[in-house]
Structures are given as structure tokens and as C-alpha cells.
Write a protein that binds this ligand. Structure first.
Ligand code: ATP
Ligand code: MG
Length: 355
């Protein structure tokens, strides 16, 4: 019987989404013989053991406040196993935990920091490891790696603290263009720029979140998503489309406006285009060093040009998240998807133990 740590919350703008993802995963796992211990990370990065009954209360409308529940804990490595100790000295040893299932989106959970912490503890975990997370989260790194393949991307420029003028960028990329912090997510700090005034504000906004920014040529395009999963081998799902009801798929459209975007599954596409996108998605996953699962996002123009946009190593697991919905379309129900991911991590533990 596997002892598993389900880790959720974290400091990013998607803290509440993470709680809902974790609640859904917990609902599946508690009906199996996997023994789950819940670990919530507060927005201030305090790790806490959370009771199942508390996590089950969370919802998008009324989110659980991790500051008000649970016991602070410290994960420490003991001999060759991992135990959880309570810092209040109850001296209760839970564990050893064989695997962790981190479900934290955005900075800290998706950029490789948490993955480094888990690796240092010697704990095997579900999902992409440190290097793959760094490659996939840092938009400049991602683009530079994919630029070495034949996969098309929109033209882009990377800046480390420099402040290019509107005209310089307009000359190189045309307008509109997008200004983005290199390391962020959820569209935080992203602006669409059409004027010199917007450029000034866009640079301030993007540099608030990172020392490095990327500026991309704007395309008029459909947004197509592909879910990737390692089962026997790496597989790509059928495709979905996000149709933002805003100027672009902004933070507001994603989280604040309940009608911010329409999700269309399956995306209405020519088979030939769909196959090309799926093939590219698989290559991006491999080139960036992703593991277990991810969601790759593409732009598709009216002229049928395909551009890879980004890969999300930790897509949402809420009931309205694209990733599980895309697999459902393939006949893989939510429960089987979760169990597959846990089983991937369990296999790595077995391999490590030479079994
Ligand atoms: N080059 C572009 N041309 C047209 N639209 C763009 C471009 N870049 C970004 N967008 C729009 O901005 C949105 C957010 O951009 P992007 O996906 O790069 O950000 P993100 O914060 O990493 O997203 P996520 O939450 O998926 O991690 C896209 O979904 C799209 O609507
Ligand atoms: Mg995106």
C-alpha cells in the first residue's frame, strides 16, 4: 500500500485553483488503497498537514483558508526513508512516504523550486522534474530550446532589464505585440501592445514580475490545446480550443469573468492539422524534458499556420480543467488518469529500489 503526500496550495495566483484540483484528486484517492496524507502550503509557504474534511470544504466560490486549518509540519529525510514530523513536537511519525503528488500551479510549484525541494528529500513525485520544469516555465528558455527544432514559434525577443522603445519593437515585430514576464503564468503581467503609451505600461508591468521579459509578435489565431500523458508510451489527446471572450486570454478572462472563455472539446479541425499539432506537442514534451503529463498550447492562424506557444507541466485538475476533459474525450475517466499518474511515480520508486 503506497503512502502518498498530496501537496497543494502555494504562493501563486492559482492557489485557490490548486486547492480545488487537490480536492478532486483526494476524492479519487481516498476510495483506493493508497494512503493519502494532505499537505497544504500557505501563500506564505508554510507547510501544513490538512484534514480531509477541511480540504473537501474548498470550492471556487468559497476557498479554504490554509492559515486557519491544519498543523505546521516539516518534511525531513531519515535514513533512507522520508518521515513527516510535526513541529509542535507531538512526535508523531507519519510515513515513510514513497511518493508525492504535487498539484501546485505557477511560480514555486511549476518552475522547478518545489521539485528541487522534493528531490533533495529523496522523495519520488508525480510530474516533471526540476530541469523539465525550468525549461517549460521560463518562456525564454522554452523558446530557445524549441527554436532548435523545426517546430514553428512566433518571432520573439528576450530582454534582461533593458527597455526597448515602442518603435524599435514595431520595426522588428510589427504591431500588436505581447510583452510578458519570462517566469510567470496565468497571464499575470502580460500586455498586448499597440501604442507607445501601452508599451511604457507594459514594460513596467512585466518587469514587476521578473528581471527577464519576452516580447512576441502578436498573431490573430485560434488557441488549440493538447493534453499529453505517459502511459505505456507518450500519448497525445485529441485537441481542445479556448475561445476567449476578451481581447486575449488574460487573467480576467481566465479567473475573474465566469464567461471569460468558451472551451470547445473536441476542437473543430481538419484531421491533417490536428495530427500535425499532436505530433508537435509530443516533440515539445520530449525536447523540454517533461515527465508524466503536460498540456501543450498552440496558435492556429486562418492560413493554417501552427505556432507552438507554451507547455504547462502542471495543468489544472478541476472538473472544468482542460487536461482531464481532454482525456475524458479519449475515454479515460478522471479516476484512471489520476491512478495512472500515481502508478508512474510508483514505478520509478520500484526501479530506484531495484525491483
Ligand atoms: N504572440 C501572441 N499572439 C497572440 N496572442 C497571444 C500571444 N501571446 C499570448 N497571447 C494571448 O495571451 C494569453 C496568455 O499568454 P501565455 O499563454 O503566453 O501566458 P501564460 O501566463 O503562460 O499562460 P498560462 O496560464 O497558460 O501559463 C494567450 O492565451 C493568448 O490569448
Ligand atoms: Mg497560456
Amino acid at each position: 500500500m503506497t503512502k502518498l503526500l498530496l501537496i497543494f496550495g502555494g504562493p501563486s495566483a492559482e492557489h485557490e485553483v490548486s486547492l480545488v484540483s487537490a480536492k478532486n484528486i483526494y476524492e479519487v484517492l481516498k476510495k483506493t488503497d493508497i494512503e493519502v496524507t494532505l499537505v497544504g502550503i500557505t501563500k506564505n509557504k508554510i507547510w501544513k498537514k490538512i484534514k480531509g474534511e477541511d480540504l473537501l470544504k474548498t470550492s471556487f466560490v468559497s476557498s479554504l483558508d490554509l492559515n486557519l486549518v491544519g498543523e505546521p509540519i516539516e518534511l525531513i529525510k531519515k535514513e533512507s526513508s522520508l518521515f513527516v514530523h510535526f513541529t509542535d513536537n507531538l512526535n508523531e511519525d507519519l510515513g515513510p512516504f514513497e511518493v508525492a503528488f504535487p498539484v501546485i500551479h505557477g511560480p514555486y510549484g511549476e518552475d522547478g523550486v518545489l521539485q528541487t525541494e522534493l528531490s533533495q528529500l529523496g522523495l519520488e513525485f508525480v510530474g516533471t522534474d526540476t530541469l523539465g520544469c525550468e525549461n517549460s516555465f521560463d518562456k525564454a528558455k522554452t523558446k530557445n530550446i524549441i527554436a532548435k527544432t523545426d517546430i514553428p514559434q512566433v518571432a520573439y525577443l528576450v530582454f534582461n532589464g533593458e527597455r526597448p522603445t515602442f518603435n524599435e519593437i514595431k520595426e522588428k515585430l510589427g504591431t500588436p505585440f505581447f510583452v510578458k514576464p519570462a517566469n510567470m503564468g496565468s497571464s499575470v503581467g502580460i500586455s498586448k501592445v499597440k501604442t507607445a503609451e501601452q508599451m511604457t505600461l507594459a514594460l513596467i508591468e512585466a518587469y514587476k514580475h521578473d528581471k527577464k521579459i519576452i516580447i512576441e509578435k502578436g498573431v490573430v489565431a485560434r488557441e488549440i490545446e493538447c493534453a499529453l500523458l505517459e502511459r505505456k508510451g507518450l500519448e497525445a489527446s485529441g485537441l481542445g480550443e479556448v475561445k476567449p471572450n476578451h481581447d486575449f486570454y488574460s487573467y480576467e478572462a481566465k479567473y475573474l469573468d465566469p464567461n471569460g472563455a468558451d472551451l470547445i472539446i473536441p476542437a473543430q479541425l481538419d484531421q491533417d492539422i490536428a495530427n500535425k499539432i499532436k505530433k508537435m506537442a509530443i516533440e515539445c514534451f520530449e525536447k523540454l524534458g517533461c515527465r508524466d503529463y503536460s498540456r501543450a498550447d498552440f496558435f492556429l492562424t486562418q492560413q493554417n499556420e501552427i505556432y507552438f506557444n507554451e507547455i504547462n507541466t502542471h495543468p489544472g485538475f478541476t472538473s472544468i480543467s482542460q487536461f482531464p476533459m481532454l482525456w475524458q474525450q479519449e475515454g479515460m475517466i478522471y479516476k484512471d488518469l489520476i491512478l495512472q499518474l500515481v502508478s508512474n511515480a510508483e514505478s520509478r520508486v520500484k526501479r530506484r529500489m531495484g525491483k
